[in-house]
Design a protein around this ligand. Structure first.
Ligand SMILES: Nc1ncnc2c1ncn2[C@@H]1O[C@H](COP(=O)(O)OP(=O)(O)O)[C@@H](O)[C@H]1O
Ligand SMILES: [Mg+2]
Length: 233
C-alpha cells in the first residue's frame, strides 16, 4: 500500500489516498475513493474511464483548484492539500500549466498577448522578454506566422494550440489537460496530441491528460484506468 514515505523521487506531482465527496444531502457523491498517483517528468499520462467516474474532479484536486476531504497532494515532495491559498496559488503559477477542452482564449487579444497573460500574472519578465518567449512558444506549436492574429480569427484547432502555448508560458514542469482534444476534429486532435507528446518528451514536462479517445490514450507513456472514483489496479 502506498503512503507518504514512498513519494517517488522522480515524481513532480503526486497524490496519496485522495478522497473527495461532492454535493449535499441526497446528492452527496463519493467522487474519489482514495486515489494514489505519481506524475513523472518527460512522460505523458492518460487518465481514462467512463463519464462521471471522477477524472475531472481528480484533475481539479491535482491542479489545486479544489481541496480534498482527506489525503495529500505533493508538488516535488511538498504537501499542498492544506497549504494556505497564497502558497497554493504561487505553487500553481510556478509548477502547473492547464489546458481544458474549451480553450477560452481572450477573444479581443492576439495569440501572442494570450500567451503572455500567465507571464504577466507571474510578473517576472519585462515586456520584450515576455513577447520573445510568447513568439518562441507559438513557433513551437506551429503558429509562428500568426502571433499577431486576434484569437477570434483563428480556427478551433489553432486556438487550442495557442492554449497549449499559453499553458507553457511560465515553463511549468507539469501540464494538466482535461480532454484537450475533446472538441476538435480527428485531424486537429492528432496535431494537438502530437504536440503535447513532443513537448513532454523534448522539454521534460509531465503531461497528465484526461481523454475519451482510446487511440490517443494508447499512445501515452502510461495509461491509468479509472472506475467509480478509483484507479483500476
Ligand atoms: N458539484 C457537484 N455536486 C455533486 N456531484 C458532483 C459535482 N461535481 C461533480 N459531481 C459528480 O461527481 C462525479 C465525478 O464527476 P467528474 O469528476 O466530473 O467525472 P468525469 O470527469 O470522469 O466525467 C459524477 O458523478 C458527478 O455527477
Ligand atoms: Mg470530466
Amino acid at each position: 500500500m502506498s503512503n507518504e514515505t514512498d513519494i517517488g523521487k522522480d515524481s513532480i506531482l503526486s497524490c496519496r489516498k485522495l478522497v473527495r465527496f461532492l454535493g449535499k444531502d441526497e446528492n452527496r457523491t463519493h467522487v474519489l475513493r482514495g486515489v494514489d498517483f505519481d506524475a513523472h517528468a518527460g512522460k505523458t499520462h492518460a487518465i481514462v474511464g467512463p463519464s462521471g467516474c471522477g477524472k475531472s474532479s481528480l484533475l481539479y484536486l491535482l491542479g489545486m483548484l479544489d481541496r480534498p476531504d482527506s489525503g495529500e497532494i505533493y508538488i516535488r515532495g511538498t504537501p499542498m492539500a492544506r497549504a494556505n491559498d497564497n502558497e497554493r496559488t504561487s505553487a500553481r503559477n510556478e509548477h502547473l500549466g492547464f489546458v481544458f477542452q474549451f480553450h477560452v482564449l481572450l477573444p479581443e487579444l492576439t495569440a501572442a498577448e494570450n500567451v503572455m497573460m500567465p507571464m504577466r500574472k507571474r510578473d517576472q519578465l519585462g515586456e520584450s522578454a515576455m513577447r520573445k518567449r510568447a513568439i518562441e512558444l507559438l513557433d513551437a506549436v506551429g503558429l509562428g506566422d500568426k502571433v499577431n492574429r486576434l484569437a477570434t480569427h483563428l480556427s478551433g484547432g489553432e486556438q487550442q494550440r495557442v492554449a497549449i502555448a499559453r499553458a507553457l508560458a511560465n515553463e511549468p514542469p507539469v501540464l494538466l489537460a482535461d480532454e484537450p482534444t475533446g472538441n476538435l476534429d480527428a485531424r486537429n486532435s492528432n496535431i494537438a496530441f502530437d504536440l503535447l507528446s513532443k513537448l513532454s518528451h523534448e522539454r521534460s514536462i509531465a503531461v497528465v491528460m484526461v481523454t475519451h479517445n482510446p487511440e490517443l490514450a494508447s499512445r501515452c507513456d502510461r495509461v491509468l484506468r479509472m472506475l467509480d472514483g478509483e484507479f483500476l489496479k
